[in-house]
Design a protein around this ligand. Sequence first.
Ligand code: SF4
Length: 228
Amino acid sequence: MQISELFYSIQGEGLLAGLPSFFVRTSGCNLRCRWCDTPYTSWRSEGSAICVDEIVRAVRKHDTQHVVVTGGEPMISPDIKSLTETLAGEGYHITVETAGTVFEDISCSLASISPKLSNSTPWKEEGGKFADRHESLRDNASVVQSFMDRYPYQLKFVIDTADDMVEIEALLAQLHNVDRSRVLLMPQSVSKEQFAEKSHWIAELCLQHGFRFGTRIHLDLYGNTRGT
Ligand code: SF4
């Protein structure tokens, strides 16, 4: 697998925030979010080839039953099925973080789906050369529904302005059996200062819409650094 980094850290986001977890970060993404916080897995994809057995050996060295497979977009990795099935066979709880644009039947304990809103489209970055492809791929309700139907799930949305709520409600209206307590709103931020600036009005939106406020504990603990 093309791997950007393997590390052991505190899970910063979502329903399992706070849990010590081992992270497998794949490299490569089919999207190009303008505010991507891991551009070394998307805009300037880097990493090295590491086989599934070696990854599993790295996981075993740490005292946790929780593995987070993230990216990049792990669902475009050819070995995602093999990795998740091997980890599941060893009894690990597997969270897979995905933008919800590609579905495959994998082993997954929690599908952490983060559909990308129009605030992510890179109209200006690199002359806008990725914008059309990003726009055509980012919004795929049927793939999101496939994850929700198959696995326990959470839906995480990165919020830039209050106007984003219109898009979120439009997407949720296309889905069925949405548990709003599993819908999280997270401030778009790459520092704890940015996170704090947006937190109060986003918390208000959570109160109005019945969604969960999404933490980003790793920003508080470590800042926007690799391996966290
Ligand atoms: S989907 Fe994730 S990894 Fe890919 S460009 Fe967007 S934020 Fe970055």
